[in-house]
Design a protein around this ligand. Structure first.
Ligand code: UD1
Length: 387
């Protein structure tokens, strides 16, 4: 026990599908450090095997060390349940650092609980802003960043946003995009798969769609219009649309997309594990999405992406990458245009290099220099510029 408690105890909080791929490379990097004791805290926001367990298996993660089991609920219910359950864990375990990732309800809730107990919090993926406060994720990002002690940004625009909000430069560090670490960590296994062949498709001969944002799926009229357009898209290019539970329930209730499915041009599998899903993305001619992470993954891979949203918290994917914001009435024309063009080449974005987890480990080591064998490293250099 003595040796264990001398190590730097780092909680890695994850709750929903897009969190697991952000925690995985950091867990593995910390687990390799003799001075670090990484603890996976799963809030249980996502709980289905195909929204959670399959990701732990793909990433070689152990069972969560702590499971809060909060489940679904309204935003306030879900946030409150995480706060109540996590506060108890924090009081019992007193971690040295709580790392939260992304922008889901679990991110903001764990940050609030830790900050109020005076436990140091670091936010991985800090500083992203859509400037659209109708998005629950934007509120989660704002709350998390104003409370976190350490802000690890994926790109320079994130750094600029934080500085503009008055966050001291000394708390901000540009560490890069952790999801690129995950992708590189899994690349060989992704490339070895052929998930597309289960649908009778060939590389480059299909598109992938994912839609789950409340703004796109909660209003039956909006979802109905979107699905009608996706049916038309599927006449141009076969479409694989793995359905998030939120979307799936509504599609089933309204009997949407039945024609294209019968015609064998549109496939609606359950949510897919990471490796199989990324295998589809690697081989897709284009992607249609409203997800955050997929905008980044397609940019990194040089795959055209049409984002069905009015704004994005990841503008670098539009200015430097392959992403384009797209209104429903522009979708069909945009798909036609992409199919006419030659596929783009993959751009290079600074710090999206598969080495983000290493930079984060060094940042943590710098915070706890001298503790229990953590090399008395100098504080990690700040990569902040005010230009
Ligand atoms: C959450 C995140 C969103 C992220 C998305 C990825 C917030 C505010 N939103 O949205 O940023 O992009 O996850 O998936 O945190 N459900 C299941 N099984 C599950 C999980 C959820 O059936 O394993 C159902 C829930 O009962 C609920 C719906 O899906 O009805 C939505 O789940 P919830 O976690 O509330 O939000 P998401 O829409 O998934």
């Amino acid at each position: 026990m003595g040796a264990r408690s001398a190590r730097v105890q780092v909680h890695l909080v994850c709750g929903a599908r897009p969190n697991f791929m952000k925690v995985a490379p950091l867990y593995h990097a910390l687990a390799a450090e003799p001075w670090a004791d990484p603890v996976i805290v799963h809030t249980g926001q996502h709980y289905d095997a195909n929204m959670s367990g399959a990701f732990f298996a793909d990433f070689g993660l152990p069972e969560p060390h702590v499971s809060l089991g909060v489940g679904s609920g309204t935003h306030a219910e879900q946030t409150a349940k995480v706060m109540v359950a996590y506060e108890r864990v924090l009081q019992e375990r007193r971690p040295d650092l709580v790392v939260v990732v992304g922008d889901v309800n679990s991110t903001a809730a764990a940050t609030l609980a830790a900050a109020k107990l005076g436990v140091k919090v670091a936010h991985l993926e800090a500083g992203l802003r859509s400037r659209d406060r109708r998005m629950p994720e934007e509120l989660n990002r704002l709350v998390t960043d104003v409370l976190a002690d350490l802000l690890w940004a994926p790109s320079q625009d994130g750094v600029e946003n934080l500085l503009a909000e008055g966050i001291p430069a000394g708390r901000i560090q540009l560490v890069g995009n952790i999801m690129i670490d995950t992708l590189e960590m899994c690349r060989e296994r992704i490339e070895r798969q052929d998930a597309f062949s289960a649908f009778g498709l060939r590389p480059g001969g299909f598109a992938v769609a994912t839609i789950h944002r409340p703004s796109n799926v909660d209003d039956p009229a909006v979802l109905g219009t979107l699905c009608a357009i996706l049916e038309s898209v599927s006449e141009l290019v076969p479409l694989v649309f793995p359905v998030h539970p939120r979307t799936g329930r509504r599609i089933a209730a309204e009997g949407l997309l039945a024609g294209a499915r019968r015609a064998g041009r549109l496939f609606l599998p359950e949510p897919m594990p990471y490796i199989a899903f990324m295998n589809l993305v690697f081989n897709a001619r284009l992607v249609i999405t409203d997800s955050g992470g997929i905008q980044e993954e397609t940019t990194y891979l040089g795959i055209p992406c049409l984002t069905m949203r009015e704004n994005t918290e990841r503008p670098i994917t539009v200015t430097h990458g392959t992403n384009r914001l797209c209104a429903p009435d522009q979708l069909l024309a945009s798909v036609r245009e992409i199919l006419r063009r030659r596929p783009p080449s993959a751009p290079r974005i600074p710090y999206w290099d598969g080495r983000t987890a290493g930079r984060v480990v060094e940042a943590i080591r710098g915070q706890f220099a001298g503790r229990a064998g953590a090399a008395p490293a100098e504080a990690a250099p700040l990569a902040v510029s005010r230009s």
